[in-house]
Design a binder for this molecule. Structure first.
Ligand SMILES: [Zn+2]
Length: 170
């Protein structure tokens, strides 16, 4: 086997550094997200930005399509405790049952469990302690984050934006 010449080594080193730089830029461009898991397939709903704007209220659009967070205490769903189902405001996919809702005193509708196969989750790479984000599996709309300070039996708190949900009484 022939050892690589110094020039070859230098070329390889430059190639490696160039790839590293390109990868870094790609990560920054992608908002440094890691897609942790994707559950059972659901029929995807993909619309153009124009179609989403027409379909959603400005508040729903800001939360679902741009991952904004509504003001704490701003959602009427904070006071909603009737029996029923909470569905995605973007595509009507059922996400939470009313029996899982509880008062977390955070100002955001909170649930200790979810219909897992209807959610996807992801976690930011750069923030070690960042909570897991969850999205609607059908329309990929942003809904909220999962914290580990919820009640038993799961110990989880699905902290949701009320604007991203619609309540369907049973
Ligand atoms: Zn949806």
């Amino acid at each position: 086997m022939i050892s690589p010449s110094p020039i070859e080594c230098e070329m390889k080193r430059r190639h490696f550094l160039k790839n590293m730089a390109a990868t870094s830029l790609l990560l920054i461009g992608c908002n440094i997200r890691v897609f942790a898991d994707t559950h059972a397939p659901v029929n995807k709903l993909r619309l153009t930005d124009e179609q989403w704007r027409a379909r959603l209220t400005p508040e729903q659009y800001a939360v679902l399509r741009f991952s904004e967070t509504e003001y704490a205490g701003s959602s009427d769903l904070n006071q909603e405790y009737r029996a029923g189902t909470y569905v995605c405001a973007g595509c009507d996919l059922p996400l939470f049952k009313s029996v899982w809702k509880y008062d977390s005193r955070t100002g955001w509708p909170s649930y200790w469990d979810a219909i897992h196969e209807h959610l996807t989750t992801r976690k930011m790479i750069y923030a070690f302690r960042a909570p897991v984000e969850y999205r609607c599996a059908r329309c990929d709309g942003h809904h909220g984050h999962i914290f580990d300070d919820g009640p038993q039996p799961t110990g989880l708190r699905y902290c949701s934006n009320g604007a991203a949900l619609k309540f369907i009484p049973s």
